[in-house]
Each structure stands twice: as structure tokens, then as C-alpha cells.
Design a protein around this ligand. Structure first.
Ligand code: IMP
Length: 429
């Protein structure tokens, strides 16, 4: 009865989608446990590439049942539009194949309006949110005034609940932020329409998953965002509002600890970040352009959800070690190794230095990285194109040396490497 958890070991966008794809082909159930439509997972079916923000990306395989857990915040408009896209591609999204937790929270247009107003008010201190209403929806959840998917099941009270919620947010929008109010009746009517369509999908997914695990089925839990965006353990306050780390899978799906078999951390071969906040190994100029790409390919470093160019830098070993610890990673998957081809020198940050000392680990977690400058180890690069590599033996010695260095820093094995955007461009080690 194994649970496999896949998490981003960095600031999100590690290329989890294709790794999830690989594991989902062998799973009976796939589940999202945190976040909402702030995530962006690029998936490819045949010749078509498209982006999923809220439905677990493992759904594109014919077998697994897709589950959205209580730890999520769900925008029904995005969900229904993704379901429609999937349906058009011939993917079954009936309630037999897709289940939504009754305890997941709803995102409304009022949450989105509040997210935008709060970001504007932050001025220079902006978090750089995706604008999807994530923070305000989780704020309502914590303050015990949120709306859950379960509320959609009672047509007699749901419209009133939505109207009251929108009217409440309108007060804040107008009084605090001078922003335009929303029409509570219009939102309520729209949400009642969504409720009618989604009602058959809503249930106690914790029970479903526990039963499936007891029957010996395999569950793949796909984390959204990354370790450093975790509300508690990330680079606070430049984080998202959910538990994106591996333990979040258990809380966010309503499961106990015991069945966890593997915790797989996905990291790029370098470092990227969207949004604001300190980034010690960030690079600029030619090297940055080289790592980022031009944006002409879907896998270049531009946000899946927002299209923003990602900030890029060298692999940060201090943060990687932290990620191994916080998630309890059993192994690593390294993506985009091919992007490093042609660089004469590859830098890896092995420690931080501040005015007082050198640190192999973070003295106070990653919340304030601004005092630190990276201590680098420089490794030889390689010129070979890696896109055809399929076994460890196909990789040049310098690339294998880079992987050994990553394993030494992280203290866990690198089990898989990606060398291009296609499914088969994967080296299992
Ligand atoms: P929010 O989740 O929209 O509130 O945004 C908070 C922070 O998390 C911002 O820095 C976003 O850029 C970042 N973020 C949220 N979701 C993702 C993701 O899926 N990938 C990368 N960054 C993300």
C-alpha cells in the first residue's frame, strides 16, 4: 500500500510535470494535495502540449483515478475549463475518474480581487503572487470563514453563503484598498451553476484513498510549487500560502504517515525563481540568458501560469540540503541537465558566507537569505549534446562528475535525470 510523494526541491517549476508523468504511468491513483491554480504543469499528450493548473497532471494516463485533496483551494471556473480541455482531448473526466475533497476550499472572484488589491498595496514589498486569489482563500480557511466544496452540496444555503462572502470582501476592497466591489448576486448565481456540475465529484477522498491503499493500490501524490515556497519552511514572506512540502501530502489528503514509501525531490540542474525575494546564486547577463532560454520553446524559463521570465542562477547546494531534510527526501530527480551543455564551467554553491562565518547549513532557515553570498565549487563543463543520452554510460564524464557532486551535497542518490523535453529523454540511473 505505497504512497509515493513527488515534491519540488526548489522554488517550484523544477519540471515536476514530466516526472509525475513518468510515475503516474505506474500508479493507480494520482492526487494533488496543496495549492490551487497558481500551479502550472506542462503535460504532453501525443503531439499536443498543454498546461494544467489544478487537475492532477497524472490524469492524462488512462488508468489512475485523479484526486484533489482537502489541502487544495479550488477555483471552479479554472477546474471546469480544464475538464473541458481534457474531455476534448479524449480524456475521461467523469466522476468515476476524478474526485474532489468535500473539505477543499473554494476560490472566488472576490479572493482574486483581494489578491490583486493587496499586491498593489504592498508596493515595493510585493510578493509577486500569481494573482489567483490563493493567499486570500487560505486566509479565509485559517480564519474559519472559508467556503468549502461541501457547501456546494446544499443548494438551499450555498447562494446565501457566497453572497455574504462577496459582501464581506467588498467592504475590505472598498474601505481598505479603494478597489471596485463585485456584484454578490452575480457571483452567487455563477457559483450555483458550477455547484450543479461539480456536485457529483465531491466526496470524502480521504476514505477513498485509505481504502485504495488498504487494497494494495499505489498512490502518487504530486506536490505543487516547491519546498522554498512552503508557508512554514520556505523563504517567508515570499512564499505561497500552503504546505507544499512532502508532509503536506498527508495532511492535505487526510492520510496517516505509515504508507509512505518514497519521497522524490525534483530539482533542476540549476536554480530558478519566479516572483520577488532573495536568491543568493542568481546570475545575470549572458549566463542568465543561456540558462533561461529565449522563450521560443515551451520549456524555456518563462512562467507557465503568468508568462513572466524566471530569475535564474547556479544550483544552490545549501538550499538543496535543506530541502532533503525538510521533506525527508529518499532520492532526487535532476531535470534539464542538457541545458548545462556547452558551458565551460559549471558552478555549484556548497556553502554560504556572511560577515561572521561560513555556513554549510542555514542558521535560521531560508526566510532571510539576503546576508549570504555563495561559496562556489567550480566544475568542468562539457560540450556534448545530451539529448540522445538514455543510460549513465551515454553521459560524458564531466556530467557524471556533476551528478556525483550533487549526490555528495544532498546526501541522497540521484535516481533519474532529464535531458530534454520529451518523455523518453530520460536517463534512469
Ligand atoms: P501565490 O501562490 O499566487 O500566492 O504566489 C506566492 C509566491 O509563490 C509568488 O512568488 C509566486 O510567484 C510563487 N508561486 C506560486 N505558485 C507557483 C508555481 O507553481 N511555480 C513557481 N512559483 C509559484
Amino acid at each position: 500500500m505505497p504512497i509515493q510523494i513527488i515534491v519540488g526541491a526548489q522554488w517550484g517549476d523544477e519540471g515536476k510535470g514530466r516526472i509525475v508523468d513518468w510515475f503516474a504511468a505506474r500508479a493507480d491513483l494520482v492526487a494533488r494535495y496543496n495549492g490551487g491554480d497558481n500551479a502550472g504543469h506542462t503535460v504532453t499528450v501525443g503531439q499536443k502540449t498543454f498546461k494544467l493548473h489544478v487537475v492532477p497532471s497524472g490524469i492524462i494516463h488512462p488508468a489512475p483515478v485523479a484526486v484533489m485533496g482537502n489541502g487544495m483551494v479550488v477555483n471552479p471556473a479554472t477546474l471546469l475549463s480544464e475538464m473541458e480541455t481534457l474531455r476534448k482531448m479524449g480524456i475521461d473526466v467523469s466522476p468515476r475518474r476524478m474526485r474532489l475533497s468535500h473539505a477543499a476550499h473554494l476560490i472566488t472572484p472576490a479572493h482574486r480581487a483581494l489578491d490583486a488589491a493587496q499586491e498593489r498595496a504592498r508596493g515595493k514589498g510585493q510578493i509577486g503572487t500569481t494573482g489567483r486569489g490563493i493567499g486570500p482563500a487560505y486566509t479565509d480557511k485559517s480564519s474559519r470563514s472559508g467556503l468549502r466544496l461541501q457547501d456546494m452540496l446544499d443548494p438551499n444555503t450555498f447562494a446565501d453563503k457566497i453572497e455574504t462572502h462577496v459582501a464581506d470582501v467588498n467592504h475590505t476592497l472598498q474601505a481598505l484598498y479603494g478597489a471596485a466591489p463585485l456584484d454578490p448576486k452575480e457571483v452567487a448565481s455563477q457559483y450555483c451553476d458550477y455547484a450543479r456540475v461539480l456536485a457529483p465529484y465531491i466526496g470524502d477522498v480521504s476514505r477513498l484513498l485509505a481504502q485504495a491503499l488498504a487494497d494494495g493500490k499505489t498512490l502518487l501524490a504530486e506536490g505543487a510549487q516547491g519546498t522554498l515556497l512552503d508557508l512554514d519552511h520556505g523563504t517567508y514572506p515570499f512564499v505561497t500560502s500552503s504546505t507544499s512540502t512532502a508532509p503536506g501530502a498527508l495532511v492535505g489528503l487526510g492520510l496517516g504517515i505509515q504508507p509512505v514509501e518514497r519521497v522524490i525531490g525534483v530539482t533542476k540542474s540549476f536554480q530558478t525563481r519566479v516572483g520577488s525575494g532573495p536568491f543568493p546564486t542568481e546570475v545575470f547577463g549572458d549566463t542568465a540568458e543561456r540558462l533561461r532560454g529565449t522563450g521560443s520553446n515551451p520549456w524555456d524559463e518563462f512562467g507557465t501560469t503568468t508568462g513572466r521570465p524566471r530569475r535564474v542562477g547556479w544550483l544552490d547546494g545549501v538550499l538543496l540540503r535543506y530541502s532533503v531534510r525538510i521533506n525527508g527526501l529518499s532520492e532526487l530527480v535532476l531535470t534539464k541537465l542538457d541545458v548545462l551543455s556547452g558551458l565551460p564551467v559549471i558552478r555549484v554553491c556548497t556553502a554560504y558566507r556572511d560577515s561572521a562565518d561560513t555556513h554549510a547549513d542555514l542558521p535560521l532557515g531560508p526566510a532571510d537569505l539576503s546576508p549570504f553570498t555563495p561559496v562556489y565549487e567550480d566544475l568542468s563543463g562539457w560540450d556534448q549534446d545530451l539529448s540522445q543520452a538514455r543510460t549513465a554510460g551515454d553521459l560524458p564524464e564531466a556530467a557524471r562528475e556533476f551528478l556525483r557532486k550533487v549526490e555528495e551535497i544532498a546526501g541522497v542518490p540521484v535516481k533519474m535525470v532529464s535531458v530534454g523535453p520529451e518523455r523518453e529523454q530520460t536517463v534512469v540511473l
